[in-house]
Each structure stands twice: as C-alpha cells, then as structure tokens.
Design a protein around this ligand. Structure first.
Ligand code: SAM
Ligand code: SF4
Length: 328
C-alpha cells in the first residue's frame, strides 16, 4: 500500500487523457481562444500504459480516465480496454459528457467499466445548451438511459451554478427517486480558463438547505471510504444524491488520489499548480526505478489540504486555468 506524509492511503489516479472537448461549458473553459495541445504534447497511450504498470504494483488500484472529453481522443475505447487489463487495476472509471457514440456503450460494459460519471448540468434543453454552449442535451439524455440499461453503475455530475441551473436541483433529486443513479451536486470551482468568478453563493450548505426545503426528511447515508461527497437519500428512492464541497474543501483528510494532467504533469492536489513534469522525466529516459522513486518522493511531500496547496502555487495565482487539462 502507498501512504503519503500525512498517513493517507493513496490508491487512485485520475488521468486527463486529452484537453480537447466538443462542448464548451462556460464554468470550465472560454468559448474561443483556447490553445489546445498538439498530439505529441499528450502522453502517448503506450507511455500511460507504462506508468500504470509501474503504479499498480505500488498500490494504485483505481484509475479514472477523464479529460477534456475522453472520446474526442482517437483510439480511446481500445486504450480503456488496455487499462482494464493492467494487472492490479481493479477499478476502471470514466468521466464523460456523454456525447460519445451509442456503439461505445456495449464495449464499455464488455471491458468491465466499474462506473461512469456523466456530466449533466441541467434537465432542461435550453439551459443545458446555454451552459455547455452546444445543443447536445438529447444525445446525453439518451446515453444516460443506455448506460443504465447496460447495467453500468452511473453517477451524474452537476455543477451548481448561481443563476444558471439552481432550478434543476430539485428535479435532479426527483430523478433519483425513480432511477438507480447517484446525482452529485458539485460546488463551482475557479478552474474556468478565464479566472474571474463571483463569490461562491451555492456552497454545500446552501445546496443541502435548498434540497431540505423540498425534501425535509432526507436520510443521511454512510459515506464510502475516501468519498469526496456527503451522501443522502430521499426515503424509498431507487438512487441517492451527494454534495461535493469541491471549493470549500473539507474532505482533504481522506484524500486518496493523485492526478495526471493532459500536459503530462502530476498534481498531488487539485489545487496545486502541478508538482512534477512526468512527461519530461519519461522523455528524458527515466527508468522504471527512477519513476517509482519519483512517485514515492511526491507522496512524501503532499500538501495537508487544498488550502495549503493553493497557497503554494508559484505560477497560477489566482487560479485561472481550465479544468479541461486537469480532468475534474
Ligand atoms: N468532459 C468530461 C465531463 O465533462 O464529464 C470530463 C472532463 S470534466 C473537466 C470533469 C468534471 O469536471 C465534470 O463533471 C465537470 O462538470 C467538472 N468541472 C469542470 N469545471 C469545473 C469547475 N469550474 N467547477 C467544478 N467542476 C468543474
Ligand atoms: Fe468539456 Fe467536460 Fe469541460 Fe464541459 S466540463 S467543457 S464537457 S471538459
């Protein structure tokens, strides 16, 4: 098992496999002017596979592929299949905007995908289009049901956006009454590629109070180990919902994850500005042993929490980078 300098077990890596995306969610990236990476600036699938073959025996058993939009990168489904076969990776997950082709659903099922997080910020087609700057609600809604029919565990990610989709909070909770899904309401973070954002209005307390006003007797569920969400259920529902205090950051005490950005940089906290350029290290000829040592060194120097990590930032203060290179 791997532990960091604060005694936290580390067993999870999130990989942003591309920075490109076919949507333009305003809270994630600007509509225009984004300079996407060239193909050779991304770690190749072979480089990623090598890293996972090093990390799995060290104690990393869970991988999430995210982006950008993973399926915008060519060969993604074959890569997912490769990852599913890495010895020791027992939990392969995907975060997606759900615009991928229908034919992918049975393949995702066949490779044993342990869970999909589908981002959907509104149940209303017009609001969805305003937030994502693309009219893709219908296809995402279809994929949602196809994933459920295939029996792949499904979570919905909904960023709560002041003045944009708060009218969707209650209908989203209602959806969990009928469908075996977990909706996760996420506090908006400043990773929007622009940098400016008003003070957070809809924090986790405001979200919960709003839900309680419509469902006074929701039940608190036991949060799974390493969970970043506080989980609840409306009595008798098929599904459940969670609230992620992504900006408030009061889950850091059990943080079990590291991130690999699309630029090939390791982040040991979402709020740091990148602690090690592993792509350069690999491309300068690092051996497997040197890579192992580098990971151990990084884990021996992790920030206590997201606030300390943010204070440590050398380049990007205040935070302004887009989530599309980080992966959420
Ligand atoms: N394109 C995929 C998707 O949208 O699911 C994967 C990448 S996206 C960057 C991963 C997650 O980050 C999504 O659930 C998205 O809503 C969330 N996200 C992006 N920008 C965010 C922000 N500024 N604050 C909170 N969550 C954000
Ligand atoms: Fe694309 Fe996901 Fe960012 Fe939306 S949140 S722009 S779908 S990467």
């Amino acid at each position: 098992m791997l532990y960091d300098n604060h005694g936290r077990e580390i067993n999870y890596i999130r990989i942003a496999a591309t920075d490109r995306c076919n949507l333009r969610c305003y809270y994630c990236m600007p509509e225009e002017g984004i300079k996407f990476l060239d193909k050779n600036e991304l770690l190749s699938y072979e480089e990623l596979e090598r890293l996972l073959n090093i990390l799995a025996p060290m104690g990393i058993s869970k991988v999430r592929i995210t982006g950008g939009e993973p399926f915008v990168r060519k060969g993604m489904i074959d890569f997912l299949e490769t990852v599913s076969k890495v010895n020791g990776i027992d939990h392969l997950h995907l975060t997606t905007n759900g615009t991928f082709s229908e034919s992918m659903v049975p393949r995702l099922k066949a490779i044993g995908m342990k869970g999909i997080n589908l981002s959907i910020d509104s149940l209303d087609r017009k609001r969805f289009a305003k937030i994502t700057r693309r009219d893709s609600f219908d296809v995402v809604w279809k994929r949602l049901h196809q994933i459920l029919e295939a029996g792949i565990p499904l979570k919905l990610n909904t960023v709560v956006l002041n003045g944009q989709n708060t009218e969707d909070i209650i209908p989203m909770v209602r959806l969990t009454e009928k469908l075996p899904i977990s909706v996760r309401f996420i506090e908006e973070m400043p990773f929007n590629g622009v940098g400016k954002r008003e003070e957070l209005v809809w924090n986790h307390v405001a979200i919960l109070n709003h839900i309680k006003s419509a469902f006074p007797d929701i039940e608190k569920l036991k949060d799974p180990s390493f969970s970043t969400s506080f989980n609840y259920q409306v009595k008798g529902s098929a599904g459940s919902f969670g609230i992620i205090p992504a900006y408030t950051r009061n889950f850091c005490g059990t943080c079990n994850r590291i991130r690999l950005t699309a630029t090939g940089v390791i982040k040991t906290c979402l709020y740091d500005d990148g602690v090690f350029n592993i792509k350069s290290f690999i491309r300068n000829g690092a051996t497997d042993n040197q890579l192992r040592d580098a990971f151990l060194e990084l884990l021996a120097n992790r920030f206590k929490d997201g606030h300390e990590a943010e204070r440590s930032r050398k380049f990007g203060r205040p935070i302004s980078e887009s989530m599309t290179t980080i992966g959420g």
